[in-house]
Ligand binder design. Structure first.
Ligand code: NAD
Length: 341
């Protein structure tokens, strides 16, 4: 099948080409993001392959549909960027990669915790500069600290198990609790306010939905312990950025580790080192000594990219051969879905 692959980077091409040996689809790579201005590039392609910062809104989908596109093959688990109603109306089906490596994302969340706690970003630069002073590098033992896990699905569970290995106490919150969470030693479910009030470290692992938009807002931050560490490797919209900035200034948030950012679609995955970034909230966050940002790289391991490529191409083959697929995102199921991440 002819597939227009948008937002292509060298690593997408590498892993998709390798996985395509088992499928022989005709993959045509485009570097731009998909939006209403680039959608005409896909004219005549029955399948379009997208990543998280592509913008398949109603206008882009109408152009795709009129050009003959019938499938959006997402190289992601999340589908919050797709106008599913418009896709259904236009007869465009949507497939995703529901799971590829929960370890990749969970391990990155832990990397952010260690980096912030032990100030590795400062230590690295200092030692490179032959500055061996320890002033300002004081950390704390993770052992015995209370970690709040918001969303105990695939990634949240792996994260919880790793933090249990450090000797942390675990508080979990999930709209749909998973009995296996409490089987991890020293783990119990509580309501979100109790988690927020008692955790030393809060890590977000739930999907971005209307119900979770700005889950961490000014009120939630107000109820945190002073100096709480907040980690988000899930979706930027879970945190109200302006409230987080105020929380850093007030000292409620003592450490902020973000792999995702509310306005990331204008920034991430591109080299903007020669440009003046106009996003003041982003610039302010970057100016704080206790904030570490990574550019949505938590998924970025060899293992995850291999799984993403294989599942994406299998989804396209299933569509081509009219086989039912558990990876199809169906609008009617989303309304009642348990975990639409
Ligand atoms: P999952 O579906 O296995 O788990 C999500 C959990 O969140 C489920 O247990 C679900 O019940 C829970 N949940 C749903 N609504 C909730 C609510 N209102 N409040 C609290 N919990 C709620 O998903 P996953 O594979 O663990 O992925 C989690 C998130 O990680 C995804 O939604 C995605 O946004 C993000 N993610 C980020 C990256 C990255 O590179 N940074 C990569 C993959 C996934």
């Amino acid at each position: 099948m002819r597939v227009a692959v948008f937002s292509t980077k060298s690593y997408d091409r590498q892993f998709l080409d390798a996985a395509n040996a088992d499928h022989a689809h005709d993959l045509v790579y485009f570097e731009p993001k998909l939006d209403r201005t680039t959608a005409p590039l896909a004219e005549g392609f029955p399948a379009v392959c997208l990543f998280i910062n592509d913008a398949p809104d109603v206008a882009a989908l109408e152009i795709l549909a009129s050009g003959g596109t019938r499938l959006l093959a997402l190289r992601s688990a999340g589908f919050n960027h797709v106008d599913l109603k418009a896709a259904a109306r236009l007869g465009i089906r949507v497939m995703r990669v529901p799971a590829y490596s929960p370890y990749a994302v969970a391990e990155h969340a832990v990397a952010l915790i260690l980096m912030l706690n032990r100030k590795l970003y400062r230590a690295y630069n200092r030692v490179r500069d032959d500055n061996f002073s320890l002033e300002g590098l004081l950390g704390f033992d993770l052992h015995g600290r209370t970690v709040g896990v918001v969303g105990t699905g695939k990634i949240g569970m792996v994260f919880a198990q790793i933090m249990h290995g450090f000797g942390c106490q675990l508080l979990g919150y999930d709209a749909y609790p998973n009995p296996q969470f409490e089987e991890i030693g020293a783990a119990r479910y509580v309501q979100l306010p109790e988690l927020i009030e008692n955790a030393d470290i809060i890590s977000l692992h739930c999907p971005l939905l209307p119900a979770t938009y700005h889950l961490i807002d000014a009120e939630a931050i107000d109820h945190m312990k002073p100096n709480t560490m907040l980690i988000n490797t899930s979706r930027g919209g879970l945190i109200d950025t302006k409230a987080a900035i105020a929380g850093i200034k007030s000292g409620k948030i003592g450490y902020l580790g973000l792999d995702v950012y509310e306005q990331e679609e204008n920034l991430f995955f591109e080299d903007l080192s020669d440009t003046v970034i106009q996003d003041d909230d982003y610039q302010l966050l970057q100016s704080f000594p206790n904030v570490v940002l990574t550019a949505h790289q938590a998924f970025f391991t060899r293992d995850a990219l291999k799984n993403i490529a294989e599942t994406t191409l299998k989804n396209i083959t299933d569509f081509e051969q009219a086989r039912p697929s558990p990876n199809e995102v169906k609008l009617q199921e989303i309304v009642v879905a348990k975990t639409p991440s």
